[in-house]
Design a protein around this ligand. Structure first.
Ligand code: SF4
Length: 366
């Protein structure tokens, strides 16, 4: 197990589940395991009273519970305001053992920060089957990284194996596993039949060192991408959040050089880019948890959507520099912007974005 846990709590009704059994078998002996009544689970996910950093403490407390609400939903970033990709999210876990200073979960999960995994996760496969039955002819890209990293803790949950086997048998679905880890052991040796894409968020070494605590290094992420590509998976990359610190342009170009030296452009399914964006509440929480992180203190302005965003000329300059670098790489890499207005997309790529359903369909099929 690559990440530390202080405790594991198992909801009574999940005690004999396959997931709980797997986790308890793989758990190091020193981690205490407690069983909680089903009606006490909610309380177990709350911030620990008296903890100096309740959110950070929640990340190290795993709760194995039954999910009572649907697993499948549209990506929360989707909105008529943005030029998005029509992504669907499958919530199989909540919170993350890594600790990026800019992570939106610090706000979103402030009231229930425990690391939850859902013992009934295979119910999500029924939801997906209903989705494709009701939308024949359409293709969907489905990701598991909305409220968690897709592969953190996969060494003890092995959920990726069930997911890969399910998606490999469904022609109209593409699974996207998105991660900042190099936890790929469960992927190697399985046959994804072209239906599974693994994506990595990439940042320059300066951002990794300053802001992406407990993640794999950028070099390790790129090496992991090469390994899963060789094992038959598709790969993609997210340059998100792009952070406009002094020297950023040079560092991002070096990062892209390292990426393209390892993986040929034609082997990359897509690149997404997005600027650093934080609601006022998130910015307050992030600066208070990581007061020494210079990446959180760049030049930003409060945008019309209520989020602080990197000053537009700085953000556009980074987008254009990187888009230009990808164009010059000699092969057309499909690229899109996450949570940006159509006008920004047009200014970077020289054309208006496609409608979300069209972008999503293309990404799911290519
Ligand atoms: S890896 Fe992703 S989910 Fe985990 S802390 Fe970082 S930004 Fe948040």
């Amino acid at each position: 197990m690559k990440f530390d846990l202080d405790a594991v709590l198992v909801e009574h009704g999940c005690a004999g589940s396959a997931l709980a059994t797997r986790i308890l078998r793989a758990l190091p002996r020193h981690v205490p395991v407690t069983h909680v009544a089903d009606n006490e689970t909610r309380e177990a996910t709350r911030p620990a009273s008296g903890a100096r950093d309740p959110f950070g403490a929640g990340k190290r407390r795993m709760v194995i519970a039954r999910r009572k609400t649907p697993f499948l939903m549209p990506c929360h970033a989707g909105s008529s305001r943005f030029a998005c990709c029509g992504y669907l999210v499958l919530t199989l876990a909540s919170n993350c053992p890594m600790d990026c200073s800019y992570c939106f979960l610090q706000e979103y999960l402030a009231d229930n920060p425990a690391f939850q995994v859902y013992a009934n996760f295979t119910d999500s496969f029924d939801e997906l089957d209903r989705l494709i039955d009701n939308a024949r002819g359409r293709s969907f890209r489905v990701g598991t990284a909305e409220l968690a990293d897709s592969l953190a803790f996969d060494s003890i949950t092995s959920i990726s194996r069930d997911l890969i086997d399910f998606f490999a048998s469904r022609e109209n679905l593409t699974l996207e596993l998105k991660t900042k880890t190099d936890e790929i052991e469960n992927l190697l040796g399985r046959d994804p039949r072209g239906r599974v894409l693994v994506s990595w968020t990439l940042s320059p070494a300066a951002v990794y060192r300053s802001s992406e605590h407990l993640t794999a290094s950028p070099t390790a992420r790129i090496a992991a991408a090469r390994a899963v590509l060789d094992a038959g998976y598709r790969v993609a990359f997210h340059l998100d959040p792009l952070i406009a610190y002094p020297g950023a342009e040079r560092d991002y170009l070096l990062l892209i050089d390292e990426l393209l030296d390892t993986i040929a452009p034609k082997q990359i399914s897509f690149i997404s880019m997005g600027g650093l964006r934080m609601t006022p509440r998130l910015r307050g929480a992030a600066r208070s948890r990581f007061p020494g992180d210079p990446m959180l203190c760049g030049e930003d302005v409060l945008a019309a959507d209520g989020r602080f965003r990197t000053f537009t000329p700085l953000r556009l300059n980074l987008y254009r520099t990187l888009a230009d670098r990808f164009r010059k790489a000699g092969a057309e890499i499909p690229a899109y912007l996450c949570m940006e207005a159509a006008s920004v997309h047009e200014s970077v790529f020289g054309a208006a974005p496609s409608r979300p359903a069209i972008i999503g369909n293309r990404l799911a099929r290519d």
